[in-house]
Design a binder for this molecule. Structure first.
Ligand code: HEM
Length: 163
């Protein structure tokens, strides 16, 4: 739905540095959380950076996760067999929303609606992929997320000549 002048969610968020800050703060809290720490104990120290790459690509930034990390199939594979519970998913979402505030991601309603929409959708898929016996389709394309409601920007005032 974007026209050429509407920034991507990636640009609006603040690009790669903002997403890196987001996931560094988030996984600090995850590892201090009694419900999530057992799930992420021993995680790859680069995990926050990989998820930042993932979200950057989904939000319209560079396709680093696809070119350097194995794309959608790899992400799915990292959730297989983990049997993520609904309380764990809810905590994950809640801590990510807190981290968004902590690092100062844009707080405008339009950005946060798109952000929350993706996080809700993606985390529910992660639960589905993680169920025992799940056999998700690794060939599914990388998802791309966009504004549900375009960002508010001041419009040039109409002059009487242009009306
Ligand atoms: C929008 C929701 C989610 C996204 C976008 C996401 C994204 C990712 C990505 C991209 C990876 C692979 C990173 C790599 O390349 O190594 C990954 C791995 C992982 N995810 Fe998720 N995930 C989501 C939800 C969840 C939830 C809800 C949980 C559990 C509560 C979870 C648990 C894990 C674990 C344990 C790994 C492996 C970490 C490691 O050992 O390095 N994910 N996730």
């Amino acid at each position: 739905m974007n026209d050429e002048t509407t920034p991507t969610l990636y640009e609006w968020a603040g690009g790669r540095p903002a997403l890196a800050r987001l996931f560094e703060a988030f996984y600090r809290e995850v590892l201090a959380d009694e419900l999530l720490e057992p799930v992420f104990r021993g995680m790859d120290p680069q995990h926050p950076q990989h998820v930042a790459d993932w979200l950057g690509e989904v939000f319209g930034g560079p396709a680093c996760y696809s070119t350097e990390r194995g794309g959608h199939a790899h992400m799915i594979g990292r959730h297989l067999g983990r049997a993520i519970t609904e309380p764990q998913r809810r905590r994950w979402v809640s801590l990510l929303m807190d981290a968004a505030d902590e690092v100062g991601l844009p707080a405008d309603p339009e950005f946060r609606a798109a952000f929350a929409g993706y996080v809700e959708w993606g985390s529910r898929l992660a639960v589905v992929f993680s169920r025992p016996g799940a056999n998700p389709d690794g060939d599914e394309p990388m998802p791309h997320w966009d504004w549900a409601v375009p960002p508010w920007r001041p419009q040039p005032k109409k002059t009487s000549a242009s009306s």
